[in-house]
Design a protein around this ligand. Structure first.
Ligand SMILES: Cc1ncc(COP(=O)(O)O)c(C=O)c1O
Length: 413
């Protein structure tokens, strides 16, 4: 079996509902049988060992976040000790901004972008307020020229002398544009501005080289392409050159593990990314990740990216060939370097088309007012499914089947 066949064979390990075509793995990945098994195993360790589960059993809870951090490092090009599994995207962002945002003199602003995910913006604004800075003039957002993508040149031009911190996504959540992390980080490093990336839409989908690019920090969730389940524990990366930093938000799980139970009021923090943990890890929400990361280790992120690129290329070709008369726009970047794991279709009837797709057993997601995200995930989706999705879209549009649905969007879309 070559790499691509091995990837395709993993589909059987996932709970794919056979009456559905699931193209929403960029929002919430599917459950695998091995991830399910790990949750049961860790419940068993609680049953068997009670408090001793922290140090006993196959996955002693006390060391789990560090061990899984080490395994996650392969996904993002990090070194051992630079990654810890902890928190959620938003709480990790709070931690990292509290640590890296040190306004001084004229350098007081945070640079983000106008297409950023709302939770990141809320977190940045609240961190600014914590430091008595008015977000209206201290949160600078790089403008998009087309409402879909960002230009590297515009981002670099916005790195002015008054910028104290930069936070950007690796992949834009709507258009799926992959930012040029290497070039952007080089420019930030040249200007001595700390820079961090939200990897929610790239981890498990696109390889990174965060250590070598000298990215200062990154944060992510594990419930999208990493398939660790709803609300599963997230992760963060801090480049080893910053491990001397005192965490902005301190807690006892950031301690050096040898010292944590000395119960001193003077903390001794871990000398790696582990220091950025706050409280007791969420073991049951971490359990599925043990199995997911094993799967990534088995297959390798490069093989997954290769299959993902082939799948999205095939998808776009079919859309061009069959849907061109129905006013769809493929609004994700098309190039291999700039395209993430999903295809982003725009249509003025998106809300009704999404409802019609769902009625046909296809699960996409709507990004109002006019966006439809469709993710063929290389671990468990197939080329046949891509064909069926385009076929269903053709049927829905040519028969105007979407017109039977209301234009209002569902509460969770
Ligand atoms: C790009 C991005 N950033 C941040 C978040 C917020 O993540 P969480 O709710 O896990 O904190 C999400 C959630 O989907 C996201 O897609």
């Amino acid at each position: 079996m070559d790499n691509q066949e091995t990837v395709a064979s993993l589909r059987d390990q996932f709970y794919t509902n056979h009456s559905h075509i699931y193209f929403d793995g960029n929002s919430l990945g599917l459950l695998s049988t091995s991830a399910e098994q790990k949750v049961l195993e860790l419940l068993e360790s609680w049953k068997q060992h009670a408090i001793d589960g922290w140090t006993k059993g196959d996955h002693p809870w006390f060391y789990l976040s560090e061990q899984l951090g080490e395994k996650s490092a392969n996904l993002i090009g990090a070194r051992v000790g630079e990654v810890i599994v902890t928190g959620s995207t938003t709480t990790n962002l709070h931690q990292l901004v509290a640590t890296f945002y040190q306004p001084e003199g004229n350098r007081t602003k945070i640079l983000a972008d106008e297409l950023n995910f709302p939770s990141d913006i809320y977190a940045l604004e609240s961190q600014l307020k914590q430091k008595n800075k008015n977000p209206d003039d201290h949160l600078v957002k790089v403008k998009s020229r087309d409402g879909l993508t960002l230009h590297t040149d515009d981002i670099i031009a916005a790195m002015r002398d008054d910028i104290a911190l930069i936070v950007l996504p690796s992949v834009l959540y709507r258009s799926g544009q992959v930012l040029d992390i290497e070039a952007i980080t080089r420019a930030a490093n040249d200007k001595n501005i700390p820079i961090g990336f939200d990897l929610c839409h790239s981890i498990g989908s696109i390889p990174h080289q965060l250590h070598d690019c000298e990215v200062d920090f990154a944060f992510w969730c594990n419930y999208k392409y990493v398939n660790a389940g709803p609300g599963s524990t997230g992760g963060l990366f801090v480049h080893e050159k910053h491990h001397v930093k005192t965490p902005g938000l301190a807690g006892w799980f950031g301690s050096n593990k040898e010292k944590q139970f000395d119960m001193n009021h003077e903390p001794t923090f871990a000398d790696d990314a582990g220091s950025f943990q706050i409280g007791t890890p969420h073991i049951l929400s971490t359990a599925p990740l043990i199995a997911s990361l094993d799967m990534f280790e088995q297959i390798g992120i490069n093989a997954l990216r290769e299959r993902s690129l082939r799948m999205t290329a095939y998808f776009m070709d079919l859309i061009d060939a069959r849907l061109s008369s129905f006013q769809f726009t493929v609004s994700n970047p098309r190039g291999n370097k700039e395209r993430g794991g999903h295809v982003y279709l725009e249509h003025h009837e998106a809300a009704r088309i999404v409802k019609a797709l769902k009625k046909n057993g296809i699960v996409p997601d709507l990004r109002p007012p006019n966006g439809i995200r469709l993710a063929p995930v290389p671990l468990y989706n197939t080329y046949e499914e891509i064909y069926h999705v385009v076929d269903a879209l053709y049927e829905i549009m040519s028969t105007k089947a979407y017109e039977q649905f209301s234009k209002e969007r569902d509460v969770v879309s």
